[in-house]
Ligand binder design. Sequence first.
Ligand code: AMP
Ligand code: TRP
Length: 340
Amino acid sequence: MTIDPAAAPAREAPTGARRPRIFSGIQPSGIVHLGNDLGAIRNYVALQAEYEAIYCIVDYHALTSTHDADQLRTRTREMAAGLLALGLDPDRCTLFVQSHRPEHTELAWLLCTVTPVSWLERTPTYKEKVEQQPHDINHGLLTYPVLQAADIVIYKASLVPVGKDQAAHLELSREIVRSFNRRYGDTFPEPEAVFTEAPTVLGTDGVRKMSKSVGNTIDILGEPDLIRKQVMSMVTDTLRIKRTDPGRPEVCNVCQTHRFFGPDYEEIWDGERTARTGCVDTKKLLADRLVRHYAPARERYLELMAHPADIDEILEAGADRLRPKAAATMDEVRRRMGIR
Ligand code: AMP
Ligand code: TRP
């Protein structure tokens, strides 16, 4: 399912009616990048108006790759500030840190018992991680998708806004739900992924998915000079060698990114096709637009980071608000499984 955030009506659902619940998680892996925003966060923001939205900074998941305690604490706060700066509103959604609701790990263990190891071993992200960190193939990497399923189903969420790279994890969550429901009776809804119009954002190399671990990001809340430098390093149409060669906007990552930062992108594409404009012009324009677009969010981000106690308060309140929901699911699950 795709929901275009621009088309999503920004209105409150009628009070009294129970709004469908959505859930998503994001790793505290440093500052947010353009792929996070276009692929997921724009939907988080759009959907909080219409749904009962729960967003989680998944520090337990991050422990599978980040082993520095201070770094993890700092990044968790930075991610919270980033999400709030980009438009998550604590009055309209619940934002919290995964480890503040430890019921997630209890449920993950219980779900492990309905999950064949073979499902986990064939998960594409697990295979990638085995290659990326061959000296640290910890058990958490294998169990990662079970914890992710627990995150979602502990709140019985039915929709999950994510980027395309999470599609396999979501499919696995659905399989785990089916496996649990088959064994213990109908308990959890099968969660469905929700994608934006940009489900896979390519990195500055124009080839691989934008990702911090690849080092091909555009750090949207960074200094304007950093954003400019990253945009100017973007690979464009590799067949456009000379300035006079016609460009192919369909395969040019810079042109594709323009789609999301102005209604005139077709004119920009036409300039490329006819070689009226060069790649450098198109990149400069994109850099200007990104800097301008994200300037207010950057300001909010810096303001929030200057008041860490305010961030911590929002996160604590979020986790407290979820306590009864998590407890109710755990009671039901323990009863169904015969452990209480
Ligand atoms: P992560 O930083 O891996 O926790 O990702 C947070 C969210 O951003 C997830 O929903 C991802 O699917 C999404 N995301 C991350 N990188 C990209 C990308 N390059 N394109 C689209 N979505 C992405
Ligand atoms: N695996 C997701 C990522 O790397 C993060 C995540 C953890 C998540 N739990 C989740 C996403 C639950 C959606 C729902 O981006």
